[in-house]
Design a protein around this ligand. Structure first.
Ligand SMILES: [Zn+2]
Length: 240
């Protein structure tokens, strides 16, 4: 039976798959497609880089069987060398990864939303027969939110204005969802509105005070929080 080994930093929300292995193999060796990890220079460099970067951080080495830990790892975590938007390739992680600082910057709103929304689960809501109006609210929430751009994307003034407008659209849809008559829908959304309250105060001028060539960390945090809500809305009421 195969298994995989992953290094995870829970502070920086970073996952590095360091190889696969056969549980019954003795001695155990890690491999990646077509190669043994111990002989592979890029993955070896990535492991040392990861270890050096995360001294004193809550780092764990997980296998697939660590289900109680994986359940706490959500889409806001950066998984090195998977194809999802915003994640670096192995070569970028070892070398130049423009989004590194932003991706590893703390995201208190996204973290709080993950705690408020994800455990509420969508199963209970799916099992209820939501009224058409409530299904409409969930779908509007899904359509009005999205997963944000790559943290490596450079953001100029025009892009900042555009992203701020999209954020406000998402926040408005969130408020509408919090007014739903279905408590299992309204409660987690009310909590998300409360968590995202600081994002209502964002202005171009405020966000410009704390940024380099990339997205302001506070904006990226709010966008990721809405991205998690976007995923949650899809699981509750998939778009037709
Ligand atoms: Zn770390």
């Amino acid at each position: 039976m195969s298994d995989s080994a992953d290094l995870v930093c829970f502070r920086c929300k970073l996952v590095l798959t360091i190889g696969m292995f056969w549980r019954s193999a003795e001695p155990r060796r890690l491999f990646l497609p077509g190669r043994l990890c111990q002989d592979d220079i890029p993955i070896t460099q990535a492991v040392w880089k990861f270890l050096a970067e995360h001294v004193y951080h809550p780092v764990e080495l997980l296998g697939e069987g660590d289900e109680d830990r994986w359940i706490t790892i959500n889409r806001d975590f950066t998984s090195i060398d998977d194809d999802a938007v915003g994640n670096p390739t192995l070569a970028q992680y070892i070398g130049h990864w423009p989004g590194r600082a932003l991706a590893q910057h703390p995201r208190p709103m996204a973290e709080a939303v993950a705690l408020a929304v994800l455990p509420q689960g969508s199963r209970a809501l799916r099992q209820q027969s939501l009224a058409p109006a409530d299904i409409g609210v969930v779908r509007a929430l899904y359509r009005s939110t999205r997963w944000p751009e790559d943290p490596s994307d450079e953001v100029d003034d025009a892009a900042l204005t555009e992203r701020l407008a999209k954020l406000r659209t998402g926040l408005d849809a969130l408020r509408d969802a919090a007014r739903s008559g279905v408590p299992d829908l309204a409660r987690p959304m009310e909590e998300c509105v409360r968590i995202l309250a600081p994002a209502h105060e964002f202005t171009h001028a405020i966000l410009n005070q704390d940024r380099d060539a990339y997205a302001p960390p506070a904006l990226f945090d709010a966008e990721r929080a809405l991205g998690l809500i976007h995923d949650w809305a899809w699981s509750v009421g998939p778009d037709e």
